[in-house]
Write a protein that binds this ligand. Structure first.
Ligand SMILES: [Ca+2]
Ligand SMILES: [Ca+2]
Length: 90
């Protein structure tokens, strides 16, 4: 028996989405998607900066998504890498 991911729209998966597979629920993490719209853009960078200076405290799923260099921690290096991606040099 297969499974079907139920999403609001089928175009993107988004950080924070829940997927049920049989009896287990999984939370989707999209690397770099810090606001749950399925894409990486300037809004995600703004949220990363707010999280870094503790102006905001986002849910764990979003903080994991902010770890764009996937080293297990969210810090300034992730913001630097996100900027490079946004300007197209990485
Ligand atoms: Ca986003
Ligand atoms: Ca990191």
């Amino acid at each position: 028996m297969g499974y079907q991911a139920e999403t609001e729209d089928t175009q993107f998966v988004k950080t924070g989405q829940q997927v049920k597979i049989e009896n287990d629920t999984y939370i989707i993490i999209v690397s770099g998607d810090a606001n749950g719209d399925g894409t990486l853009d300037i809004i995600d960078l703004v949220r990363m900066k707010k999280q870094l200076v503790e102006l905001e405290h986002y849910d764990e799923a979003f903080i994991k998504a902010m770890d764009i260099n996937e080293n297990g921690e969210f810090d300034i290096a992730d913001i630097a890498k996100t900027k490079k991606i946004l300007v197209g040099i990485e």
